[in-house]
Design a protein around this ligand. Structure first.
Ligand SMILES: *Cc1c(COP(=O)(O)O)cnc(C)c1O
Length: 434
C-alpha cells in the first residue's frame, strides 16, 4: 500500500516511511492510495474467525509485504491480547469496552501496534529513534506502555506538573528503562509548544532522529479499525439490524477508522460523533463551515480538542462531499452537566458504570435514537472509570476499586525530571541523552 500526503498529493510514500516519519510535508497527513474492500464471506461470517485472524485480515492490505505475514500476525496478536467485550446496557444500547488493556484506555491498541511496527522497521535500518510526545494524560501512558523495552527506541514524554491524575502520572513515570518522563512546570499547551520547537530545531535534528506517536501516524490510526470488526463479530450474534455506532471523539482518529471500515464493507447503519463542549464538528455539520475554536477544558479531557486533526481524513473518505457526509454522520455536543447526569442515570437505571467519555457517547446516541426510534446501536467506552474517579464519584457516590494491575503500579517509585517551560532545558536534556 502506498500513502499520499493530503496536503501535497505528489508526496507518495510506503507504509514503512509513513510509520517512521509520522507526517508529510507541511504537516500533511498520510492517507491510503485506495480503500481495500473486505471479502463479503469474511465480513458476513466474522464469528468463524479468531480475533487474531480478524485483526490480521484487517491490517494486511495496509501493510502489504513490507512486514512478513508471520511477523504481522505476531504484532496483531500482541496488539489485541486483552478482552474487548460488547456488553448490553439496555434494549437499545450496547457498550464496546475498550479499556481492558494495560493502561485502561483504548489508545493501547494503536500504541502497541505502532511501537512494534516501528521497532521492526528500525531493526534493518540500524537506526535509533527518539519518540517525543506531549500528553495531557492518556496518550502518554499508552505510548510509554506500548514502547516499553522496545528496541531501538527512546521515549521522552512531556506532561504538565500537577495536571494529570495520580494513576496517569504513575503510568508515565514508573516504567524507567527506555522511557523518560519530563514533568513540565506549565500546562499542556507549554508541553506541546516545546515538542514543536524540538521538531523544528536543527541542532537536535542533526543528532537525533525524532518522531512522534500521536494519532496522525498511520500506524496508530489504522489499527483502530480492528475494534469495529470485533464489535460487529459480537453484534452479529445478538442483533439482526445494522448498528448505529457512536464514538466519543476528540481528534477524530478513532471514528475515522470506524468510517474507513464502513467504506471497506462493514455494515453500519449510521455513525454518531459524540463531542463535549468542543463542538467544531457538530457546528460544521449544521453550518457547513469549519470554524476552529479555542479548546475548552471539560470532564472528558481526552476529547478537549478545538481543531481535530484527523477530520481531514474523514473529509477525504467522503470525497469532500458534504451532503454525503451529512447523510451518514450525526454529530452532537454534550456539556459537562449532561455528562454527569448521564453517568448517574445510566448507573441508577441500568446498573452500568460509565466514565465521562463514554457518558458523552451515551447521551449523544440516546439523542439520535430518540429521533430514530427503530434503531439500535453501541457506544465505544474508551476508558476505565477508575481513570476518572472524581467525575464518577461526583455523579454516583461510588469509590472505584483499583484493578490489581494498577495496585502494583501505584507502589512503584516515580522517576521524572522536572523542567521549566523552557526550550533550552528540553534541548539540554535531549542532547545529553544521546
Ligand atoms: C483519545 C481519547 C478519545 C478521543 O479519541 P480521538 O481518536 O482523539 O477522537 C476519547 N476517549 C478517551 C478516553 C481518549 O483517551
Amino acid at each position: 500500500m502506498k500513502y499520499y500526503n493530503i496536503k501535497d498529493k505528489q508526496e507518495v510514500v510506503d507504509f514503512k516511511t509513513a510509520t517512521i516519519k509520522g507526517q508529510g510535508k507541511e504537516k500533511g497527513l498520510f492517507y491510503p492510495e485506495y480503500i481495500p474492500s473486505f471479502d463479503k464471506e469474511f465480513i458476513e461470517n466474522l464469528n468463524n474467525f479468531s480475533n487474531e485472524e480478524i485483526a490480521f485480515q484487517c491490517m494486511k492490505d495496509f501493510v502489504g509485504d513490507e512486514i512478513p505475514d508471520e511477523i504481522l500476525k505476531e504484532i496483531v496478536s500482541e496488539t489485541i491480547n486483552f478482552d474487548i467485550p460488547l456488553k448490553k446496557i439496555n434494549e437499545k444500547v450496547y457498550s464496546l469496552e475498550l479499556f481492558h488493556g494495560p493502561t485502561l484506555a483504548f489508545k493501547d491498541v494503536g500504541a502497541r501496534f505502532m511501537s512494534r511496527c516501528l521497532s521492526y522497521f528500525l531493526k534493518d535500518e540500524n537506526k535509533k529513534v527518539t519518540v517525543l510526545v506531549a500528553t495531557s494524560g492518556d496518550t502518554g501512558g499508552a505510548v510509554a506502555n506500548g514502547f516499553y523495552n522496545t528496541e531501538n527506541t527512546n521515549i521522552v514524554i512531556l506532561y504538565p506538573k500537577n495536571r494529570v491524575s495520580k494513576v496517569q502520572e504513575q503510568q508515565l513515570t514508573a516504567l524507567d528503562e527506555n522511557i523518560s518522563a519530563l514533568e513540565v512546570n506549565g500546562n499542556f499547551d507549554d508541553c506541546q509548544q516545546l515538542v514543536k520547537q524540538a521538531f523544528a530545531d536543527d541542532e537536535i535534528n542533526s543528532q537525533l532522529f525524532l518522531t512522534s506517536a500521536n494519532s496522525i501516524n498511520v500506524a496508530r490510526w489504522l489499527p483502530q479499525q480492528i475494534y469495529y470488526l470485533l464489535a460487529l463479530k459480537q453484534w452479529q450474534e445478538l442483533e439482526k439490524e445494522n448498528p448505529v455506532i457512536c464514538v466519543p471523539s476528540g481528534n477524530f482518529g478513532n471514528i475515522c477508522a470506524g468510517i474507513l471500515t464502513y467504506f471497506r464493507g462493514l455494515p453500519a447503519d449510521h455513525f454518531v460523533a459524540a463531542c463535549n463542549e468542543n463542538d467544531s464538528i457538530p457546528n460544521y455539520l449544521n453550518t457547513e463551515k469549519l470554524e476552529i475554536k479555542e479548546t475548552v477544558a471539560t470532564l472528558s479531557n481526552a476529547m478537549d480538542v478545538g481543531n481535530p486533526s484527523n477530520f481531514v481524513r474523514v473529509l477525504e473518505l467522503f470525497g469532500n462531499q458534504f451532503e454525503e457526509l451529512k447523510s451518514k454522520i450525526f454529530a452532537y455536543s454534550i456539556n459537562d452537566e449532561k455528562t454527569l447526569q448521564t453517568i448517574q442515570n445510566v448507573y441508577k437505571k441500568f446498573n452500568y458504570l460509565l466514565e465521562p467519555h463514554g457518558a458523552v457517547a451515551y447521551a449523544a446516541l440516546e439523542k439520535y435514537l430518540t429521533e430514530n426510534p427503530d434503531k439500535k446501536g453501541f457506544i465505544l467506552e474508551t476508558a476505565h472509570p477508575v481513570k476518572f474517579p472524581d467525575a464518577v464519584e461526583k455523579a454516583t457516590n461510588i469509590k472505584i476499586e483499583l484493578p490489581e494491575s494498577l495496585k502494583e503500579l501505584m507502589k512503584k517509585d516515580k522517576k521524572s525530571t522536572e523542567i521549566g517551560p523552557d526550550f533550552e532545558e528540553l534541548k539540554r536534556f535531549l542532547l545529553n541523552k544521546n
